[in-house]
Design a protein around this ligand. Structure first.
Ligand SMILES: [Mg+2]
Length: 383
């Protein structure tokens, strides 16, 4: 079954991908969010030419072909764009078979436990504690994450004393609720260990990205010094780096982002490496685009799924671009859980009104077709 056509619909924040096979079956995917206009350009330049005309029933083989073809471009944008193709093809496979993606990868439809994930550092400790208490009470979350330190802060706090104040403020406001923190690469090793002891004294169970994420030795030093689970991996897009993170036990919990990493296929590869090492996977999913739904399907299938889904509690006032991406209410929370339904593919319908306002590009355009033909002659000689 060959891939016939790829279309994109984008604004600055989101880019949806529509993939059509020669049998007319359509799958919808999405590239990773933010700078999605740039990602759409990368998609048409570096993903589409390798994908058109290829077999869509072996998604890992096609992902591998593209990674080999674009091996000089191993970084973020290529993977963000690749995620658009990968997620569209998984949806297409679900549409063709009538199954949710979770079932295609060994899982089932059903509930997913979520944690309430705060993205904010501008709130005072008291404000954040009160907010999380209210949201957990209203929506039934049994776990919640808050922010400590300052993003990439080099050891400085968001303001002096905030970290020391917010840890007890939130944990005391949430009795019986599991607490997680994210330092967003904010600390030095010494400071990270110091803060880690405060976390342990207050019963926090998950300590995310304590030091600059790319410094695996520093992360391991923090993990080795503490009992609390040190977690990370959301920025990493190289499966070779993940292999090292897992082999060396740099973290206790592995956190790939399905969309940053390049799609479901590569995330499954990372999750399998983690499973072989006995490590759980709690993916990063920081907005209510496709990343959260793809992560829900993944968590319904992984034998080493972490305890919960990251669920952003920041609404459309904080992320206006999340407004009306999908029809219905696919991210409804009930009793602290979301649901993977039995609907085929991702179980999502992209909002036609959103698509109508987006910028459009079609792989069938003559210029694109000529470009693809040139690429294919080169590729078929190489691979
Ligand atoms: Mg994080």
């Amino acid at each position: 079954m060959r891939l016939k056509r790829l279309e994109t619909f984008h604004n600055e924040f989101v880019c949806f991908v529509k993939a059509t096979a020669e049998d007319g079956v359509v799958g919808w995917g999405q590239t990773s969010t933010y700078n999605a206009d740039i990602t759409a350009q990368v998609f048409h330049r570096q993903i589409v030419p390798w994908a058109l005309g290829q077999d869509v029933t072996d998604i890992p083989a096609l992902v591998s072909r593209i990674e080999r073809a674009e091996h000089k471009f191993p970084g973020s944008y290529r993977n963000r764009a690749l995620a658009g193709l990968d997620t569209a093809l998984w949806d297409m496979e679900g549409q063709r078979s009538g199954l949710p993606v979770a079932a295609l990868i060994g899982g089932t439809a059903g509930p997913v436990r979520a944690y309430a994930s705060s993205m904010r550092r501008d709130l005072t400790p008291e404000e954040e504690a009160e907010r999380l208490k209210r949201i957990c009470g209203e929506q039934g979350f049994t776990a919640a994450k808050f922010r400590i330190g300052a993003e990439m802060g080099e050891g400085r706090d968001q303001w002096p004393g905030r970290t020391e104040a917010i840890i007890p403020a939130v944990t005391r406001a949430l009795p019986g609720i599991e607490t997680l923190v994210d330092a967003n690469s904010g600390f030095t090793v010494a400071r990270a260990i110091e803060v880690g002891h405060i976390l342990q004294d207050n019963g926090v169970g998950h300590y995310e990205e304590p030091v600059p994420w790319w410094d695996l030795d520093a992360t391991k030093a923090v993990a080795d010094a503490l009992e609390v689970d040190v977690t990370g991996g959301e920025q990493d897009v190289d499966t070779g780096i993940f292999a090292r993170i897992i082999r060396d036990r740099v973290v206790d919990v592995v956190q790939p982002d399905v969309m940053y990493l390049g799609g479901l296929t590569k995330t499954l590869q990372v999750a399998e490496m983690a499973a072989l090492a006995g490590l759980p996977v709690t993916p990063h999913a920081a907005n209510l685009g496709l990343v959260t739904m793809a992560t829900m399907h993944l968590l319904r299938a992984l034998p080493n799924a972490g305890k919960y889904l990251e669920f952003s509690i920041e609404g459309e006032d904080y992320y206006p671009w999340q407004r009306e991406l999908f029809l219905g209410d696919p991210f409804r929370v009930r009793d602290g859980h979301l649901a993977v339904t039995g609907a085929p593919g991702w179980g999502l319908t992209v909002n036609p009104d959103w698509l109508a306002k987006a910028e459009y590009r079609d792989s069938d355009q003559a210029e694109q077709t000529a470009y693809a033909a040139l690429y294919h002659r080169t590729l078929d000689a190489q691979l």
